[in-house]
Design a protein around this ligand. Sequence first.
Ligand SMILES: Nc1ncnc2c1ncn2[C@@H]1O[C@H](COP(=O)(O)OP(=O)(O)OP(=O)(O)O)[C@@H](O)[C@H]1O
Length: 237
Amino acid sequence: MRRVQSNNPILEVKGLWAGYGKLVVVRDLSLSLERGTTTLILGLNGAGKTTTLKTIAGILPAIKGSVTFEGKDVTHTPSFQRARMGLVMITDNPVFPDMTVSDNIKLAARTGDSRVVQEAVKYFPELSKFLSFRAASLSGGQRKMLAMAMAMVSKPKVLLLDEPSTGLSPLMVSKVVGYVKLLKSLGITILLAEQNPSFISVADYVMVMEMGRAKIFGRAEEVGKLEDVRKTFFQVT
Ligand SMILES: Nc1ncnc2c1ncn2[C@@H]1O[C@H](COP(=O)(O)OP(=O)(O)OP(=O)(O)O)[C@@H](O)[C@H]1O
């Protein structure tokens, strides 16, 4: 399948090699994100999805290759600076458990102004019931909702989302797909790593990753129909 090239990508990854010390996990990965699109990295356990996202976010150093964000080479820029520039990663659990839901939202928006909480509730109305609760008291699904609301109010330009469906029931997974759609509708460019094929429905592009390499890249509707992909991820025989 042909690589889809973008003329003016918001994020461009070229020939990226990444890993842990001497252990090389990601090999020669290239990817470019068009502004406002959602790209899904689909891969099984251990394919290298999290390592890829962490390296793009600057949480892990690149072994080789480059990451360019809005035309600026950020390969050696620390993660907190990339986040300030608008390249933000939501890791497994970004929520501060001892703070209230409301304070978590304000912290993500870097403000003390309660209007940001009202903005979050406008998009995620279910949060209104929990605003004064400690984040630790939320269920797994409610925490994902809070994490998405925190991502939204931090106004990222590119959001890196690592396996938002982990540990959720099928019903909650479809809710999380809805949250991703909502973030996308706000114009946020999204790079999402998952092994759950439900997320193909919200993606414009899909990159299938296997053993640290990009195996397939193409438009979501085309990749979703490939026999290999259906067998591996939908368990269709
Ligand atoms: N901190 C670490 N130190 C050493 N090796 C690691 C570390 N984290 C991950 N790895 C290894 O890197 C490989 C890729 O892991 P990674 O977490 O990137 O995959 P993944 O596609 O996100 O998998 P999963 O869906 O299970 O989270 C695996 O073989 C894993 O054992």
